[in-house]
Unconditional design. Structure first.
Length: 338
């Protein structure tokens, strides 16, 4: 598969929210804590994927987000529904076509696989040079008016192009963006625009593919051969953009995270996710935490108890300020625009 396709698949992330967290929303019954499972694509055994999601459902995780380009993932959620779980489902419409017939076809395909009308559909368009994306997004508004979907959202839109959708009357409720201690590009305008327009940010990459975890604390710099996956290489690029390639500065950040984690009796990964929530504020959106299986289920359940304070934020910001400020807007580097 082409690298751009890999990156797009990685960016559009399957999600779920815990019932324990069901009352902890950012307004309009939207979640604060989300489990991302785009890795379900890697499941050769669909039953194993269903078992993983069932385990999360048994633990109270009953709202999920998928995408039309995630292979069998929508049908896996359909099987989960058939097994008795009644999930809230967010899916996506990823297209380069601007016809109403294509929007209807993909929406019908998603609804059939899911066994229900999608609760939210996030729109993604790769090439801004093709201005037909405004027309394509408006088709989702039409489908919404017909009861074929509930909410309309966006995925990986920058400020200027998201504003065009809003100004065209597309009722965007959220924008999925990459945001972490290592990738703070949402701070270059998107956070302010979203707050001003009542748009939530659905943030993925909050633990940077595992770089922001206890596993790397005290570790030596990895060789190029150790970066085996697209996600590891993608997030390592963001790490290097911030640190200037200084591994010791990254270790300084991990030590600061470990200090905050000790204070809250939790993991570095949970502090990294909680840091993003602190930046979003109580009404600003949610974090997406990637899962492949149930290894991190207890950790994810514990995250809802981790709430950072201004002192924690200042401690981490002091280290972030030692690196490079974020450059570019949402997904600008990945689109070849910065």
């Amino acid at each position: 598969m082409h690298m751009r396709a890999h990156m797009l698949l990685f960016a559009l992330t399957l999600t779920a929210v815990s019932a324990d967290q069901a009352t902890d929303t950012c307004g309009d019954n939207l979640p604060r804590y989300v489990i991302g499972c785009w890795q379900i694509l890697e499941r050769a055994d669909e039953a194993a994927a269903v078992a993983t999601l069932s385990a999360y459902a048994d633990a109270g995780f009953t709202a999920f987000d998928t995408a039309d380009i995630y292979g069998r993932s929508e049908s896996v959620l359909g099987r989960l529904r058939a097994a008795g779980v009644q999930p809230t489902v967010h899916t996506k419409y990823v297209t380069s076509a601007s016809t109403m017939s294509e929007a209807r076809r993909i929406n019908a395909q998603s609804s059939s696989a899911l066994g229900a009308t999608p609760d939210l559909v996030a729109f993604h368009w790769w090439d801004y040079a093709d201005s037909a994306y405004v027309k394509a997004a408006k088709h989702l508004k039409t489908l919404q008016s017909e009861g074929q979907l509930n909410r309309v959202a966006a995925c990986n839109f920058d400020v200027a192009h998201l504003a065009q959708l809003v100004e065209a009357g597309v009722p965007i409720v959220s924008n999925q963006v990459q945001y972490s201690l290592l990738d703070r590009r949402p701070e270059n305008g998107m956070l302010a625009y979203a707050r001003a327009n009542g748009i939530r940010l659905a943030t993925f990459g909050v633990v940077a593919g595992g770089w922001l975890s206890d596993a790397w604390l005290g570790a030596s710099p990895p060789g190029a051969g150790a970066l085996r996956t697209v996600s590891m290489r993608m997030y390592k690029a963001r790490l290097d953009a911030w640190s200037g390639g200084r591994w010791e500065l990254f270790q300084t950040l991990l030590r600061a995270l470990r200090g905050v984690a000790d204070k809250h009796a939790t993991s570095i990964a949970n502090v990294a996710a909680a840091w993003v929530l602190h930046q979003l504020g109580p009404e600003g959106g949610w974090v997406i935490l990637g899962v492949r299986d149930t290894r991190h289920l207890d950790e994810h359940k514990a995250l809802r108890r981790v709430v950072l304070d201004d002192e924690d934020n200042a401690r981490l910001r002091a280290v972030l300020d030692q690196g490079h400020a974020p450059k570019g807007d949402i997904w600008s580097h990945e689109r070849g625009l910065a």
